[in-house]
Design a protein around this ligand. Structure first.
Ligand code: NDP
Length: 330
């Protein structure tokens, strides 16, 4: 028997309830590889899956946790052998398939990637899905010619998980980083990660009718969308790109006009981490291991246990979690 965070749904009220329970290996879903989980984490999606479900969870009882790192315990597939250190992110694990908020997980071999050389399983989960996505966003901006554009790169939702890692990665790459936050008390934290400028959220929160504004940003990693993305697009430099990662501020792009695209050649790059092919994941993890300063990563970490997750899951949905929650499942 081992510990798992189990979410149950009351058939009458439709309400969900999450608590740590003891479950057995026979309860795990069928798949080829069993992993002894060492660390998991908390992402925005986990907040939904631990709490109301957000349409992501189809069947209850459910074990959430969209990412984990650990050691292969048993494998019916020759790609992995017991003792291999592995990372899992995405593939709808923790949503459609039981996830990493447990001491064991059973998953498909193609969903796993090797832990990069020199990185611990704890560090991998300090990065987690949010950090991997930040890396994919930075790579997309670079592939689209980020180096040709001078001046600050904007990061929205900067004190959150994606935003914190994006800020650190861009600063490490030598870029000026303008960090947008609704929490002015996090200014010192963000400057510690490498932000050179703090932009109050209010400055970009209002929808305007103007077709274009002054050119300010050489690139943008956007975790917020909503009215902010509508504004940011109008402030991008000629030919610059926005990597659209998240929707913490709304699922629409409010007040957006076609003008930035057709008069300034601005690009909107969609970033998805869930279905990324194996080679792209390995490339991103290797770059993270090489470029992300581990002491900067440590400054983002809030340690937690499985029993903290119901509270923290509610907090992340309210935008109240800073940086990266790392869950020691043992
Ligand atoms: P977090 O909650 O850690 O960060 C989101 C941040 O956005 C908050 O910390 C806050 O930052 C800001 N924010 C929250 N609410 C609002 C609001 N109403 N208006 C403006 N800003 C707001 O979440 P993550 O970093 O884990 O994820 C961020 C987004 O990216 C989510 O929408 C998530 O679903 C998405 N995502 C997408 C992935 C993909 O594959 N495309 C993968 C991972 C995440 P501050 O307080 O600094 O303003």
């Amino acid at each position: 028997m081992f510990n798992a965070l189990v979410v149950e749904k009351d058939a009458e009220s439709g309400r969900t309830h999450a608590a740590v329970q003891q479950i057995g290996e026979a309860d795990l879903p069928e798949a080829e590889v069993t992993v002894a989980v060492e660390y998991s984490t908390l992402n925005y999606k986990d907040g939904l899956c631990i709490g109301p479900g957000g349409g992501l969870v189809r069947h209850y009882p459910h074990v959430p946790g969209i990412d984990f790192a650990g050691t292969v315990e048993a494998s019916d597939d020759d790609r992995w052998t017991p003792g291999d250190k592995v990372i899992l992110t995405g593939w709808r694990v923790g949503e459609a398939h039981w996830g990493g908020h447990a001491q064991k997980a059973r998953v498909k071999p193609e969903w796993l990637v090797p832990l990069p050389e020199g990185m611990t399983t704890r560090q991998a989960m300090a990065v987690g899905t949010a950090g991997l996505t930040a890396m994919l966003a930075v790579q997309a901006l670079e592939d689209q010619g980020l180096s040709e554009h001078h001046g600050p790169v904007l990061v929205t939702g900067a004190a959150g998980g994606v935003g914190s890692v994006a800020t650190a990665l861009l600063a490490q790459a030598g870029r000026e980083v303008a960090a947008v936050t609704g929490r002015p008390e996090q200014a010192d934290y963000l400057k510690g990660l490498g932000a050179t400028e703090i932009v109050p959220r209010d400055e970009l929160a209002e929808v305007t009718k103007k077709p274009l504004e002054s050119e300010r940003w050489a690139g943008c990693v956007d975790a917020v969308a909503g009215a902010m993305l509508g504004r940011v697009l109008k402030q991008m430099k000629y030919g610059a790109s926005v990597a659209a990662v998240g929707l913490a501020g709304g699922a629409a792009i409010e007040g957006a006009l076609i003008t930035p695209f057709i008069l300034r050649g601005v690009n909107l790059l969609g970033i998805d981490s869930v279905m990324q092919p194996y080679a792209a994941r390995v490339r991103a993890w290797e770059r993270i291991a090489r470029d992300l300063p581990m002491e900067t990563l440590e400054a983002m970490v809030e340690p937690a246990t499985l029993s903290d997750l119901p509270r923290l899951g509610a907090d992340i949905l309210k935008g109240q979690v800073r940086g990266r929650v790392v869950v020691d499942v043992n």
